[in-house]
Design a protein around this ligand. Structure first.
Ligand SMILES: NC(=O)C[C@H](N)C(=O)O
Length: 309
């Protein structure tokens, strides 16, 4: 099986000043994941590595760069799923760690549970020796500015975020034919304290099943949860649709049924892939057969050989 990895850096509207950085970040992330696949590594390791690269990049709404909640704090959600066993691990409303996706992997591998939240997630992180980081180190000038703007009377944080979402995610298939999915986010701008979005919920924020493929989404979490977006995409693929058709059909349903805008990256069990969105833009990148593909605007797709990047 030819390994494939596809990543996204969030659906929305990305201003000119952030477009280049956003595109560069997804390319770096996809290559970090691809290097693992090239060495014969697992899809699970590859999606984790790609998501860590984007959590560490302040350009995105995940890890450092996460949007702030109503009190100006950082509460993050993340999930990882293994298509071989259907095992998954997630954390929600977790604070004070740099890489929620790594903690999700530990939840999957070291506990009997699928998701740990808030205090419990922090206790578990401590027990696993995950270093605590200052909450301030996860904030950026940009996240502080947007938080303040959305405190103003009459502001509409959901509307404002529909513009600039920035959740990160990755899907991959490795040389053994195993698929995996991973997603990480700071959630929605000025969200209520304790709000849990789509990201840590299986079938919403990720799904992976070796029989059909894997998906990772971005968009308004409440809308994604209403339609269980990732599971819906896998259902469409099970019914015979290509990743592109399955993604478009599910995103269109989310748009018409619950007026939700978003995007997804998808891979199927044959290694066909898609990066699709109903927002104006979504930074995405994919590698297959040593070719790097990437784009930002609708219909855009550039290709470069991996060796020259
Ligand atoms: N930026 C996003 O994609 C937001 C994320 N899906 C959430 O609702 O938490």
């Amino acid at each position: 099986m030819l390994p494939v990895i596809v990543v996204h850096g969030g659906a929305g509207w990305i201003g000119k000043e952030r477009a280049e950085g956003s595109c560069r970040g997804v390319q770096e992330a996809v290559l970090a994941g691809y290097r693992i696949l090239q060495r014969g590594g697992s899809a699970l390791d590859a999606v984790e590595e790609a998501v860590v690269a984007m959590e560490d990049n302040p350009m995105y709404n995940a890890g450092c760069g996460s949007v702030l909640n109503e009190l100006g704090g950082v509460e993050m959600d993340a999930i990882i799923m293994d298509g071989k066993t259907l095992a998954s691990g997630a954390v929600s409303a977790v604070k004070g760690i740099a890489n929620p996706i790594k903690l999700s992997r530990l939840v999957m591998e070291k506990t009997e549970h699928l998701c740990l939240t808030a205090e419990g997630a922090s206790r578990f992180a401590k027990a696993m020796g995950v270093p605590e980081v200052e909450e301030e180190s996860l904030k950026t000038d940009y996240s502080r500015k947007r938080w303040v703007e959305n405190l103003a009377p009459g502001s509409n944080p959901v509307e404002s975020q529909m513009g600039k979402m920035g959740t990160v995610g990755a899907v991959a298939i490795d040389s053994q034919g195993n698929v995996a999915s991973a997603t990480s986010t700071g959630g929605m701008l000025n969200k209520m304290v304790g709000r849990v979005g789509d990201t840590p919920c299986v079938g919403c924020g990720a799904y992976a099943d070796n029989l059909f493929g894997a998906a990772s989404p971005t968009g308004h979490g409440e809308a994604i949860m209403k339609v269980t977006l990732c599971r819906l995409i896998l259902f469409h693929m099970e019914q015979g649709m290509s990743p592109e058709k399955a993604a478009d059909t599910a995103l269109d349903y989310m748009k018409t049924r619950v007026r939700g805008i978003g995007g997804v990256v998808v891979v199927n069990s044959s290694g066909d892939w898609a990066a699709r969105f109903t927002s104006d833009q979504m930074a995405w990148a994919a590698v297959k057969n040593d070719q790097l593909h990437y784009g930002l605007y609708k219909g855009e797709s550039f290709t470069l050989p991996v060796t020259s990047t």
